[in-house]
Design a protein around this ligand. Sequence first.
Ligand SMILES: Cc1cc2nc3c(=O)[nH]c(=O)nc-3n(C[C@H](O)[C@H](O)[C@H](O)COP(=O)(O)OP(=O)(O)OC[C@H]3O[C@@H](n4cnc5c(N)ncnc54)[C@H](O)[C@@H]3O)c2cc1C
Length: 402
Amino acid sequence: MDDSTLVTQVDVAVVGGGPIGLCFANALSRQGVSSMLIDRQPRSAMVEPGSDGREIALTRASRQILDKLDVWPRVEPAERARMRGAKVFDGQSLFAMQIAPDAAKDEPLGCLVPNQAIRRSAYAALQAATPGQGETLWRDEHEIARFQAGDEAVDIVLDSGERIHASLLVAADSRFSTTRRAMGIPVHTYQHGQHMLVCRMHHDEPHDQTAWEWFGHGQTLALLPVDTHCSSVVLTLSPAEMEKQLALSVEAFNRDITQRFGGRLGSMRRVAEPHRYPLVSVYAERFVGPRQALIGDAAVGMHPVTAHGFNLGLQGLSRLADLIGAARAQGQDIASPSLLRRYQREQRLATAPLFAATLAIVGLYTDDRVPAKLLRKAVLRAGAAAWPVKRLIAGHLMRSSD
Ligand SMILES: Cc1cc2nc3c(=O)[nH]c(=O)nc-3n(C[C@H](O)[C@H](O)[C@H](O)COP(=O)(O)OP(=O)(O)OC[C@H]3O[C@@H](n4cnc5c(N)ncnc54)[C@H](O)[C@@H]3O)c2cc1C
């Protein structure tokens, strides 16, 4: 590489200033570790992010991590919706499997927060870092041109030509991560062949702070409670059906969604623009390489149906930041092979079972062939009594980080 230009020294270079990259830089800063955040977006898009329609169901453990990072206090109380329980319906049957928290504890099953609010609060918390904490440098509207990992450090060149010398390069640039590809890390990709639409809607009847998941013929519907008479509607369809759905006038769209929900919430009206997501799950074959690591969706991009992607990403970034902080405190290399191997081992143990269970649920509930329908009914009936996966969902949502 050319030695004529100035080199910026930093402990960790992070590609991607999404919610995971922002929280990771924050966690490093609290450990006295400096970082550089590189994102292709302008900084204005992080200060006041626009709505992306996602309502994130946060586990109790995630709220604890966000609290430690000073992100949670910045989420307005009006932006936090308590989820008291969840119901899973199959087809036209009125039977529903109910998921509820432990009645003895006065705790909601989960808490829903718009992704936009998480991103805004994560950026604000990072900006408010106090003196003595590790510095965070910004390179917005930039990408990495190339990098080379050596024994002592990784040398990075940005698209501007600027050179960075870091101990560790971390990819947090989404499930479609180009940094992961440049690291040569293969990924297992699952194309689900469906698109998901998310859209806030008002409805005449209250939803009782309960989330609904409804598996019908050729479609999956969900309802995430926001306000008493407002929910986020989630509709999964084939790409062709989704095209038709998005081409509807607002009035026709409202009529159509009211009908899809069987009028259970009365008349429904759209109050925000719908957003569409092609459904692709990814699981990286490795989470680390020489002086390289993957976090967030770049490591594990979950199908949203079980609402775990961000929650697992938060666990992973705190795991890696804690290992780095401990190494720094002991004067050791913050990106040693043994440290990175430990991060990979623990994060794979934490994510692989949920990733596999989510794929199984997606397979079971999007298959409209007769055997799958019968199995679905059996699972729901058995689940109403004592379904282990039901306990897994409720248990995961309510688990603490300690
Ligand atoms: C509809 C929907 C609902 C969801 N609901 C839930 C839920 O209820 N609970 C839950 O836990 N999770 C949920 N998720 C998942 C959650 O949104 C993701 O796990 C989370 O956003 C991942 O954050 P991230 O920072 O890793 O990636 P992203 O949010 O994708 O951010 C990536 C960042 O990297 C930047 N970037 C990309 N490429 C480059 C590049 N080459 N160079 C520089 N910068 C780059 C982008 O600009 C962006 O800022 C949901 C997802 C969807 C789609």
